[in-house]
Design a protein around this ligand. Structure first.
Ligand SMILES: [Ca+2]
Ligand SMILES: [Ca+2]
Ligand SMILES: [Ca+2]
Ligand SMILES: [Ca+2]
Length: 306
């Protein structure tokens, strides 16, 4: 009890003296405030993408996918819908995008951009919707998002919940293509893939690789003013003809291009990369420790080939 009183006294005294901060204190306070404002203003671009099967439509349009890109500091979003060239977006139709995030609080769990009516004279395979929605401020990396009722049930206060491209007359599952419809119709919110600079065989060019070699290929992920390659989780990195093949046998940090920023150098067993005679580029994929997906590519020239 006594200790508690003491602490209250102390905080009281600090509180009372707040009007009389010395200059250094004010500078520190200003620095803290500035940092807080900058941290809050930092945009977090996020994405959740759904694929839809080809041939499952009951109307005239065959949707193949929907990408939902948004910024959870502004609530700004862009929805991109794609369709096949054989059954594109054309004529009269309605787009309903309804998304349920069961990991957000109930009041912010439903996103809706519905009843968008089109009458397109010219066919297109890509359609874009943009807008701002305050519920998205409560949606974060790792949250699950569903396009329909099957994965997590209906959002609060909603029934027959789904995302669709519908022809007229509107009918339930009879004249439309429901997007990612069914129990599998959910994805997890991720940051979009960040393109990073890659240097295969750092310092050398062209990047000659003998597909028959039993050696290793050094590959550097380069840092720049905005991207810090030392934040990459080496265990997540894959490198090869497609970017899914080889895991690193070792890695180190060093400034390979002499720009003052530490880069990450990884070594991959040549025989694990899937690089064959005629392969013209190498691809590296991975993610940072905070979960940001990265992808980089650099040219290669295969040698020792018949
Ligand atoms: Ca479809
Ligand atoms: Ca569908
Ligand atoms: Ca090189
Ligand atoms: Ca560097």
């Amino acid at each position: 009890m006594r200790r508690l009183l003491n602490r209250m006294h102390t905080s009281n005294r600090e509180g009372r003296s707040s009007a009389g901060y010395s200059l250094p204190h004010r500078i520190i306070l200003l620095a803290i405030l500035t940092f807080t404002v900058m941290a809050t203003a930092q945009a977090e671009p996020l994405v959740v993408s759904f694929a839809d099967p080809v041939g499952d439509y009951t109307g005239t349009i065959d949707v193949t996918g929907m990408s939902f890109d948004f910024d959870n500091t502004t609530g700004n979003y862009t929805i991109t819908l794609t369709a096949t060239t054989a059954n594109p977006f054309v004529g009269q139709f309605r787009v309903n995008v309804n998304l349920f995030n069961p990991d957000a609080i109930a009041a912010d769990s439903l996103f809706s951009d519905a009843s968008n009516d089109y009458n397109l004279a010219a066919a297109t395979t890509s359609l874009t919707l943009t807008g701002t929605n305050p519920h998205l401020l409560a949606w974060h990396t790792g949250d699950r998002v569903a396009t329909n009722s099957f994965p997590f049930g209906d959002p609060p206060g909603v029934t027959l919940f789904r995302s669709t491209v519908t022809n007229f007359p509107i009918g339930f599952l009879t004249n439309e293509d429901a997007i990612a419809y069914g129990t599998g119709g959910f994805k997890t919110i991720t940051p979009p893939v960040l393109t990073v600079a890659l240097d295969i065989k750092p310092g050398g060019f062209p990047n000659s690789i003998n597909p028959a070699s039993k050696g290793v290929i050094p590959v550097a992920i380069l840092s720049d003013g905005t991207f810090d390659a030392t934040t990459v989780d080496p265990a997540s990195v894959r490198f090869g003809a497609n970017g899914s093949e080889a895991t690193p046998v070792q890695y180190a940090l060093g400034d390979v291009d002499g720009d003052g920023h530490l880069d990450m150098i990884l070594h991959f067993a040549n025989q694990a990369t899937g690089i064959v005679c005629g392969t013209t580029s190498g691809v590296l994929t991975g993610n940072t420790f905070s979960g940001q997906a990265i992808r980089g590519t650099d040219s290669i020239q295969t040698v020792g080939c018949k």
